[in-house]
Design a protein around this ligand. Structure first.
Ligand SMILES: Cc1cc2nc3c(=O)[nH]c(=O)nc-3n(C[C@H](O)[C@H](O)[C@H](O)COP(=O)(O)O)c2cc1C
Length: 496
């Protein structure tokens, strides 16, 4: 919705002929990027949450810097923001070495050309790409105005420029004093017609942790016994495989958690309703004491339940923390929608504020519930954990949540109680498993991960636990993924 609105606004602006400069003076007018991000004269408004980490602010008169900025925004999911001068630069103004306006401004240390628009929610951005053309070896003075207009403390600024031939030179270093509390990364110059691949490579080399595609897990970096992580919109990383603990209790539960941690599993999923938080906490503390893991290495999810728990959320959340007794909780979910779900989530937001919970999410949430919910809360959910398996693939819900920047996670990845045997013996799955010399369970988990769905298979069998974390030495072909996609029956196995 927001994207469509932004697109309409952008189109209107284009129709009205609004641009930073009234005239183009030639150069490489690579103005044809298809970025639909906000670019609003009065102000850049709140972006979709997936895009909130990265702002790509740029000043451009002849389109060269704009083209590079567009590619950066596309690649990072960042919000594009054009710095628009209050008084547009005419062709004459830009005619350099003629004593025109641009020449005069560049020669005047105090020149600060006024800017017509603002970034209204600068506080939401962590990384700012700042683009400008080189004017007489330096950044145009309007970039100085921009930097003096906001508080950049704690943010990372990545300068980039385009030029006829000059390098970035001292132009980026000379900006540092204008936002000295920011972390400045080394700047980079591009020719105006730089190809997207070079820019992609530069972005990759920067190794920044901006929120990116939450459906594209880096499975190549996983090895058996060590699942890769996905970056959540909360800024924390979550392993893409974990241990589900529904129906595990007492020593069975403790042993499962212990085996999982010893086998390399780093995500443990529990819930207040499972009635096993105490033993899970105990198993984790013991594993920490025995030097098997450190607290920071593991990711623990718990959930509060509808009814009295959500009606008294502060009490219920504190009770989860107390029962687990492992310091903070990595992720807390609302177990199901409920009349008090917004109230309960807001209480979780308070706990997130104080650091006792790191990320927030939802379980058993579907398209019809999510938009209305998001509109009422401040912190975007980082995760939606739903029933997902080969017979209930949620092929509409998964991409919908991904587009919101929400990671999807499957409970019942093997179809759930009473159905596991059928799913693990599905002829298509068995044929694919045989072709790869893997088990049916491994093929199914690999399928979940390759379609960008994290999974929490539950098991108390040490062999199964080890098997389930060993899906990183093979991959399914596109044809196999398609064959599995065809197994979808829209067949839900639980009541939620
Ligand atoms: C006032 C002015 C001064 C310039 N000075 C330089 C310069 O010192 N070195 C250089 O290589 N290009 C210089 N250029 C060229 C621009 O840096 C180059 O065309 C840039 O890509 C334009 O970016 P834009 O299309 O985003 O406005 C200058 C251009 C102008 C208008």
């Amino acid at each position: 919705m927001k994207k469509s609105l932004a697109l309409i606004i952008s189109l209107l602006l284009v129709l009205l002929g609004v641009s930073a400069c009234t005239n183009n003076t030639g150069g490489n007018n690579n103005n044809d990027n298809n970025n639909n991000n906000n670019n609003n004269v009065s102000g850049t408004t709140l972006p979709d949450i997936t895009e909130r980490n990265v702002l790509v602010a740029y000043f451009s008169c002849t389109g060269n810097t704009e083209a590079v900025a567009g590619i950066i925004a596309d690649e990072t999911g960042g919000v594009l923001h054009e710095i628009i001068p209050e008084v547009p630069y005419t062709e004459e103004d830009l005619d350099y070495y003629s004593g025109g306006r641009a020449d005069i401004e560049q020669a005047d240390p105090d020149a600060r050309p006024a800017i017509a628009n603002t970034v209204e929610n600068m506080q939401d951005f962590e990384t700012i790409f700042l683009g400008y053309p080189i004017w007489h070896g330096q950044a145009p003075k309007i970039v100085y105005t921009f930097l003096e207009s906001y508080d950049f403390s704690g943010k990372t600024i990545v300068p980039f420029c385009t030029s006829g031939s000059s390098g970035i030179g001292s132009s980026d270093d000379n900006l540092h004093s204008l936002a000295e509390d920011a972390e400045w990364l080394e700047g980079r110059r591009f020719p105006g017609n730089e190809n997207a691949q070079t820019i992609q490579q530069w972005l990759e080399d920067l190794n920044l942790n901006f929120t990116d595609d939450v459906s594209d897990f880096d499975l190549k970096s996983g090895v058996n016994g060590h699942a890769p992580t996905v970056m959540l919109n909360s800024g924390y990383e979550m392993p893409v495989l974990g241990l589900g603990t529904y129906s595990l209790h007492g020593d069975t539960c403790k042993n499962s958690v212990r085996t999982a941690l010893e086998s390399g599993v780093r995500l443990i999923d529990t819930a207040s309703a499972y009635g096993n938080e105490e033993e899970i906490g105990e198993a984790i503390r013991e594993a920490i004491d025995d030097g098997i893991v450190e607290r920071e290495d593991i990711f623990v999810i718990t959930k509060i339940y509808p009814g009295s728990e959500m009606a008294n959320p502060e009490h219920s959340i504190q009770a989860c923390l107390d029962r687990l007794n492992i310091g903070y909780v990595d992720m807390m979910l609302l177990h199901h929608p409920d009349t008090n779900d917004v109230k309960a989530y807001k209480a979780m937001e308070e706990f997130a504020e104080s650091g006792q919970i790191r990320s927030l999410g939802l379980s058993n949430w579907y398209i019809e519930e999510i938009d209305d919910f998001i509109a009422q809360v401040d912190i975007m959910p980082a995760l939606v954990q739903n029933e997902i398996h080969i017979y209930y693939q949620e092929r509409d819900v998964v991409p919908y949540m991904h587009d919101l920047g929400i990671v999807m996670q499957a409970w019942y990845p093997f179809g759930g109680r009473g159905h596991t045997s059928e799913i693990l013996n599905d002829p298509t799955i068995l044929a694919i498993a045989e072709a790869h010399d893997r088990t049916a369970a491994q093929v199914i988990l690999r399928w979940h991960l390759q379609r960008g769905v994290a999974a929490i298979p539950g098991s108390s069998d040490p062999d199964h636990i080890r098997e389930n974390i060993s899906v990183f030495d093979f991959s399914l072909t596109d044809e196999e993924m398609t064959r599995i996609a065809a197994l979808d029956r829209g067949e839900k196995h639980d009541w939620y």
